[in-house]
Design a protein around this ligand. Structure first.
Ligand SMILES: [Fe+2]
Length: 171
């Protein structure tokens, strides 16, 4: 393999991993959005990110079709995004919204790192169109991460208020 073959192979592998990552994101965010009742801002932002994620998947497929000479398409493998994601499997515990928030924050940062790396390879391969599409996605991931960052305190306060109201109702 020549160095640029290696870079292209890393790029196509990275696209496949990103595709699996985004499918996993949908499988995490969709149940969250449908479960959330008491946090309308969080619900709305997650719903927005679900539609962004669907577009991100389309972008990855567009890029993959351009660079994949085998036309094998994506065969999504199960991707493990690390220990923080274990929190996603918890049952409907009372502090679910907090754990979801921590996990989403971690997931967004995993995605940010993955796209930064892919963009770097795309730039090395002079795949300007691909890098431009990936930058749109990176921008969405960064904005989602920033939104979560700005809402960790708020959602914690909301949780405390709701918990207190719940306890008073039980008295
Ligand atoms: Fe995301």
């Amino acid at each position: 393999m020549t160095p640029s073959d290696q870079a292209l192979s890393l790029f196509t592998t990275g696209l496949k991993n990103a595709h699996a990552m985004e499918k996993q994101a949908l499988s995490i965010l969709k149940p969250q959005a449908s479960r959330i009742e008491s946090y309308p801002d969080m619900k709305a932002r997650i719903e927005q990110h679900i539609s962004e994620t669907e577009q991100q998947i389309q972008r990855l497929e567009t890029i993959f079709d351009q660079v994949d000479e085998s036309h094998s398409g994506f065969k999504d493998m199960i991707l493990s995004v690390g220990g923080a994601m274990a929190a996603l499997s918890h049952a409907a515990a009372g502090d679910e919204v907090l754990k979801d928030t921590f996990a989403n924050y971690a997931f967004e940062h995993y995605e940010i790192a993955a796209y930064k790396s892919l963009i770097q390879i795309g730039d090395r391969l002079a795949l300007g169109d691909a890098s431009a599409l990936l930058r749109q996605t990176l921008d969405e991931e960064e904005r989602m991460a920033q939104w979560i960052d700005e809402h960790i305190g708020l959602v914690t306060d909301q949780y405390l208020v709701l918990q207190k109201a719940d306890q008073q109702a039980k008295r």
